[in-house]
Design a protein around this ligand. Structure first.
Ligand code: G3H
Ligand code: 13P
Ligand code: ZN
Length: 335
């Protein structure tokens, strides 16, 4: 099934508008119904474009077939919800996060994804170029956009873990982009996956100087930041108050992401923050209502808290709130 039949768009026009207008499109991961509902409601409420992304782990957890139908359901829900609220429809992308092989990317393209990431960042440079190029050649036949990656983020990435950042080397990006034909590039400038990005005593700092060097090499080219959760301390405190144990959870300061969103960074990936908020509310609700056993009663408050989280990200961090109408218009004009 082609993604246009499901109502998705690819990232092309979205990123062109984002680079020009200095905002970043949120890429929120989902694994279950409450997350996808919260993402759709929040993004319609604030009129933000959105990238729904699923990892290899999400596909294994939720079932790949169900996931693509959930994506389709999300588009239909978005239309109904927007109408009910008297708001406009928003552009939505269905994206594979950290695709590790050509076969996984192909499977997703064939089942209705409008964008895929081929993460060859753990390979040697030439092998990364080779696999990324192969995915691009297949994807572009179907007008599916492709994100590549250069540099390695510290922490766990796709079940491979690295203690150190291997920052993206600005002198490599031009060659990589031209040899592979990727539509956007994920870079490593000090962000990392998960809820433990920095150690106590470390100053959280993303390397804006490297980003600037990269921008000079490939002016206006869409850049992606992974590992961009800020690890809200109120959610961490709530988890710990109600029986959890999360020591030293530190994320990327929102001001730094705000600055990045105003540069060529046009996609910012956030997953852990949603997991933290969801867990916090589930723990709190169950601790305060020990007799509760209806999942709707604890997943409902978790969903409400996620709606708030996603809306605030769009409004205060990514500057993507209110940008949906102009992207819809630009997509229409590009046809
Ligand atoms: O990049 C990592 C994402 O947060 C996805 O995580 O592989 O546990 O689904 P996951
Ligand atoms: P976080 O773990 O910081 O949310 O990053 C998510 C991510 O990069 C998904 O690809
Ligand atoms: Zn990632």
């Amino acid at each position: 099934m082609h993604y246009t039949e499901l109502g998705f768009v690819n990232t092309k026009v979205m990123f062109e508008v984002a680079v020009k207008d200095k905002f970043a499109v949120p890429a929120f991961n989902f694994n279950n119904m409450e997350q996808i509902q919260a993402i759709v409601m929040a993004c319609v409420d604030v009129q933000s474009p959105v990238i729904l992304q699923v990892s290899k782990g999400a596909r294994a957890y939720a079932n790949p077939i169900l996931l693509s139908w959930m994506g389709r359901g999300a588009v239909e829900m978005m239309k109904g919800y927007a109408k009910e609220k008297g708001l406009g429809e928003i552009p939505m992308v269905l994206h594979l996060d950290h695709g590790d092989t050509f076969e996984t990317c192909k499977e997703c393209i064939d089942s209705g994804f409008s964008s895929v990431m081929i993460d060859g960042s753990h390979h040697a440079y030439d092998k990364n170029v080779e696999v990324s190029k192969k995915v691009v050649e297949y994807a572009h036949q179907y007008d599916v956009t492709v994100e590549g990656e250069l540099g390695v983020l510290a922490g766990v990435e796709d079940e491979v873990s690295s203690d150190e950042h291997v920052y993206t080397q600005p002198e490599e990006v031009k060659d990589f982009v031209s040899k592979t034909g990727v539509d956007s590039l994920a870079i490593a400038i000090g962000t990392s996956h998960g809820a433990f990005k920095f150690k106590p005593g470390q100053k959280p700092q993303i390397r804006m100087d490297i980003l600037e060097e990269i921008e000079k090499e490939i002016p206006g080219f869409p850049i992606v930041l992974h590992g961009s959760s800020s690890v809200p301390q109120d959610a961490v405190a709530m988890i710990n108050k109600y029986g959890g144990k999360l020591d030293d959870s530190i994320g990327i300061p929102e001001e730094q992401l705000f600055a990045a969103a105003h540069s060529a960074v046009c996609k910012i990936n956030i997953d852990s923050d949603s997991r933290l908020v969801m867990t916090a509310l589930i723990r709190k609700t169950l601790a305060e209502n020990p007799g509760e056993f209806d999942p709707r009663k604890y997943l409902g408050p978790a969903r409400d808290a996620m709606i708030q989280l996603y809306s605030e990200k769009c409004i205060k961090v990514l500057n993507s709130a209110g940008k949906a109408p102009q992207i819809m218009e630009a997509i229409k004009n590009a046809k």
